[in-house]
Design a binder for this molecule. Structure first.
Ligand SMILES: Cc1ncc(COP(=O)(O)O)c(C=O)c1O
Length: 396
């Protein structure tokens, strides 16, 4: 077994373009991933075809302690399969928090259902249970929770409001997180993960859908393979028209190597957060990702919520960081503000009602959180933030 070894930090072409630029996100890839992929490229064919996918699924389910894990091309397809497995369709509503990437809500529309946008909680930045209670209707077919930036909402409260309505937990950003000892992704009826290149565990593009419910697992496995089950394979019979949502062996092999290193990947994320926390502790009016008893936040993206007294919009903050060659991202804009949802009456209503999501998004950004970040780079980012905020504090 080859020991993990750190590959060069910066691609040479990037170094020529802007050597000191600090990236906002990115993976930690070692020789181990290269070795696993090389082995799969050489061996995962003929009678061994797809072997790495099966292993990745078994190891992933084992890590989470969940009944089944199905590898898919991305979290977007995982969410689509979750909707299909729960028989969500035209005439149904699905409740989704405002603050998430559009991929959480787009699959609701793929199945012809209507997204209903609930507000977020000011501390967790995840689904607000009060808002959820206001959004539930007789048409609600599912609730999607989002573990935003590695945090997790109060799932017991969500469950008690949702009652018998199924919960899909979008854990795209929260692999390794825990709530009261249970892993993110296992706290609803179905959990979904993303292995996009920006995520803590990556396969380049990729995803996983997990569930403890045997009926849902079986349905997901059939739907992701053109309606086939293992017993249909040899004779090419298909019971129903479905989807081709399978992961390739090469991606799965990469994922297996990353999963074997999950603790060090999570430790690095925590380390990055703590570097920021130490350096920004004395800056008034800047809140970072929250911690609470029973929650293991995995800090996928270190996020700074800047007090409105500073009169700085997220966009202005990003421009100022950009001038210092630091890449940042805006806190995810409320879904109901996106032109893509303008034709939904639910978006018009939500835009008037969901004050917290709008307020936080207006004045918050993600700070660089790439896995290869160094302590010196975090120093630089924090110096820039001090430089931006100090004169404004002195004026006020
Ligand atoms: C919360 C959330 N849900 C879903 C997705 C979609 O993941 P993917 O890009 O793997 O489809 C992402 C990706 O960033 C995400 O952050």
């Amino acid at each position: 077994m080859i020991e993990p070894k750190t590959l060069p930090e910066v691609d040479e072409r990037d170094a020529v373009r802007e050597p000191d630029r600090i990236p906002v996100a990115g993976p930690w890839v070692t020789d181990l991933e290269v070795q696993y992929v090389a082995e799969a490229a050489a061996n995962d064919w003929y009678t061994h075809a797809g072997e790495s996918v099966g292993r990745f699924e078994t190891e992933f389910a084992g890590y989470l302690g969940t009944g089944s894990a199905s590898a898919v091309p991305h979290c977007t397809s995982a969410l689509h399969l979750a909707m299909l497995a729960l028989d969500v369709g035209p005439g149904d509503e699905v409740i989704v928090p405002e603050s998430t990437w559009v991929a959480t809500a787009a699959p609701i529309t793929y199945v012809g259902a209507t997204p209903v946008f609930a507000d977020i909680d000011a501390d967790t930045w995840c689904l607000s249970t009060e808002s959820l209670a206001r959004c539930v209707s007789t048409r609600t077919a599912a609730v999607v929770t989002v573990d935003l930036y590695g945090g997790i909402p109060d799932m017991a409260a969500v469950r008690s409001v949702a009652g018998r309505i199924p919960i899909i937990e979008d854990a795209a950003q929260a692999i390794g997180g825990k709530l009261h000892g249970r892993f993110a992704g296992t706290l609803g009826d179905i959990g979904t993960f993303s292995f996009h290149g920006t995520k803590t565990l990556t396969t380049g593009e990729g995803g996983m859908v997990v569930t403890d419910r045997g009926d849902l697992a079986e349905r997901i496995q059939r739907l992701r393979d053109h309606g086939r089950t293992p017993s249909d394979h040899r004779y090419f019979t298909t019971e129903e028209l479905a989807y081709k949502y399978r992961m390739s062996s090469l991606q799965a092999a990469f994922g297996r190597a990353q999963l074997s290193r999950i603790d060090e990947l999570l430790d690095k994320k925590r380390q990055i957060f703590e570097w920021y926390e130490e350096r920004l502790a004395d800056v008034p009016g800047v809140d970072l990702n929250h911690r609470r008893d029973g929650l293991t936040n995995t800090f996928w993206m270190v996020t700074a919520v800047v007090d409105s007294d500073y009169r700085l919009t997220a966009r202005r903050l990003m421009e100022l960081f950009d001038l210092h060659s630091v890449d940042t991202r805006p806190f995810l804009p409320p879904l109901s503000s996106l032109p893509a949802f303008a034709r939904y009456q639910t978006a018009v209503t939500a835009a008037r009602r969901n004050k917290t999501a709008y307020d936080i998004a207006a004045r918050s950004i993600n700070l660089p959180s790439a896995l290869m970040l160094t302590e010196e780079q975090v120093d630089r980012v924090c110096d820039v933030l001090h430089t931006i905020l100090r004169p404004r504090k002195e004026r006020s």
